[in-house]
Design a protein around this ligand. Structure first.
Ligand code: BES
Ligand code: MN
Ligand code: MN
Length: 453
């Protein structure tokens, strides 16, 4: 198999670059035709690789690409999930090369989606081709590649609920996360959930002259800033009543185990040009970004932001606020607690409107399962060291639903690095990582089939 992989390396890369040229930004309707073209691209590549029953499953939003290869119903079935949509590329001016004109430089593929998730998803299509061409597919496989992950996967949730038979499988396999470093592989064993909110604060019924009215009328931007600032206390705990009620606290043993993963605070600060870090008192950086819930403003706007100065008290101010959730919080519970609290802290001088966006539930995956053990052996073989289990701070909303709706655990075989700059300008993915993924995935199938016997 490794011969086949090295002989076809250039083609494997070029096919990925072709997909990266299509700007499949799900958040922006301007790219609608491109998102659909990307679904068609994935469909065609799955067909070429040898999948059967390949189809675009229509949803209320973007289509889901489905395909399968059932070689023997008595063998275990792996359901591969990934996404072909990408985040918006803004701000374009901060990219060193255009986000949808991929280039390979210093061993890295630069483009929006290079890592998240086109590069990582496509490793699975190529790994499948490798197994097919070498008569080495040891299990049944189903592919489900969606186009709305970056906007909350709501239609995929409905699809999963309505297609339980079609999606029947033994395990879910996903590459949409990262690992610690190229010489320190890790397997993600947890994802945070999410409650995403938008708030609108209204003061006077029109923008006002800030000289004539300033000091006598509430400025909605000032008020919104005060309200947001009050959501954390001096120890950076979140002040929403009951916010931590259901949070599962880890035991000292579990925390000590986590602390064994290599981590350098110095390198962390250097990579981000920070003089100091910040976060909830009583927890380490690793804990703050994995086992603890958080609240962050993603955007805030209102008033005059154009050239020069305009003296105005704006009528309205807005913010987008997201909360990352951990077991046993639920997005419904947190959305309600946030809404109640935010409404209650608004002074009578303004009106406040809270609009919930998408949510998702947190998840922790087992490390004692056959599937985890198979993944661990696969990484050990290709990286030469045993991977470390690590809980991640990111979210993939569908993973908790795979468990609740299909009863299936996921194995999160990520090959990305923190330095890949996903969601940021100059997103990239190492050629090393792409090829390692294509090499490691078939070994997962091999060990999973062997160990399931
Ligand atoms: N692939 C990421 C999530 C991720 C990245 C998890 C790295 C762990 C490590 C995914 O595409 C993503 O960006 N998810 C969103 C959530 C979604 C509801 C917009 C996120 O985490 O912000
Ligand atoms: Mn992703
Ligand atoms: Mn993403």
């Amino acid at each position: 198999m490794n011969n086949y992989i090295s002989e076809n390396k250039d083609r494997f890369l070029n096919e990925l670059l072709d997909m990266l040229r299509i700007p499949s930004v799900s958040a922006d309707p301007k790219f609608k035709q491109d998102v659909i073209r990307t679904a068609e691209f994935v469909k065609a590549r799955l067909q070429e690789a040898g999948a059967d029953k390949v189809e675009l499953c229509e949803t209320a939003g973007y289509p889901i690409v489905y395909g399968e290869k059932i070689i023997d119903p008595s063998l275990p079935t792996v359901l591969v999930y990934g996404h072909y949509d990408v985040q918006p590329a803004d701000p374009y001016e901060l990219w060193n090369s255009p986000p949808f004109e991929p280039v390979i430089k210093d061993g890295k593929i630069y483009a929006r989606g290079a890592c998240d998730d086109k590069g990582q998803m496509y490793m699975h299509v190529k790994a499948f081709e490798v197994m097919m061409q070498n008569n080495a597919l040891p299990c049944n496989v189903k592919f489900m590649i969606e186009g709305e992950e970056e906007v909350g996967s709501e239609n995929l949730g409905t699809f999963v609920k309505n297609n339980k038979d079609k999606l029947a499988a033994d395990v879910i396999l996903i590459s949409d996360t990262g690992m610690l470093a190229n010489d320190t592989p890790s397997i993600t064993t947890g994802l945070r959930g999410m409650s995403y909110m938008e708030v609108e604060v209204t003061g006077p019924n029109r923008d006002l002259h800030s000289g004539l009215y300033g000091g006598a009328v509430a400025n909605p931007i000032n008020i919104l800033c005060q309200m947001i600032a009050s959501l954390h206390d001096e120890n950076n705990h979140i002040t929403i009543p009951g916010f931590y009620d259901n949070v599962t606290e880890l035991s000292q043993e579990e925390r000590a185990e986590m602390a064994r993963a290599p981590f350098s605070l110095d390198k962390y600060k250097k990579a981000l040009d920070l003089s100091d870090i910040h976060g909830e008192e009583g927890y380490t950086t690793m804990e703050r970004t994995s086992i603890r819930p958080t609240l962050d403003v993603n955007g805030i706007w209102g008033g005059y932001t154009g050239e020069g100065a305009k003296t105005v008290i704006p009528s309205k101010a807005f913010a987008k606020i997201s909360m990352r959730l951990v077991p046993n919080q639920t997005s419904a519970e947190i959305t309600e607690k946030f809404t109640k609290h935010f409404e209650s802290i608004a002074p009578a001088s303004v009106k406040v409107l809270v609009k919930p966006h998408h949510g998702g539930e947190p998840v922790v995956t087992p490390t004692d399962s056959v599937a985890y053990q198979a993944a661990s052996k696969a990484y050990e073989e290709t990286f030469g060291v045993k991977p470390i289990p690590v809980r991640s701070g990111g979210s993939i909303p569908i993973v908790a639903m795979f468990k609740s709706e299909l009863g299936l655990d996921s194995v999160l075989m990520g090959f990305g690095l923190d330095s890949d700059a996903i969601h940021s300008p100059n997103e990239n993915f190492g050629v090393f990582n792409y090829m390692k993924g294509i090499e490691t995935i078939p070994l997962f199938y091999k060990y999973y089939a062997e160990m399931s016997k």
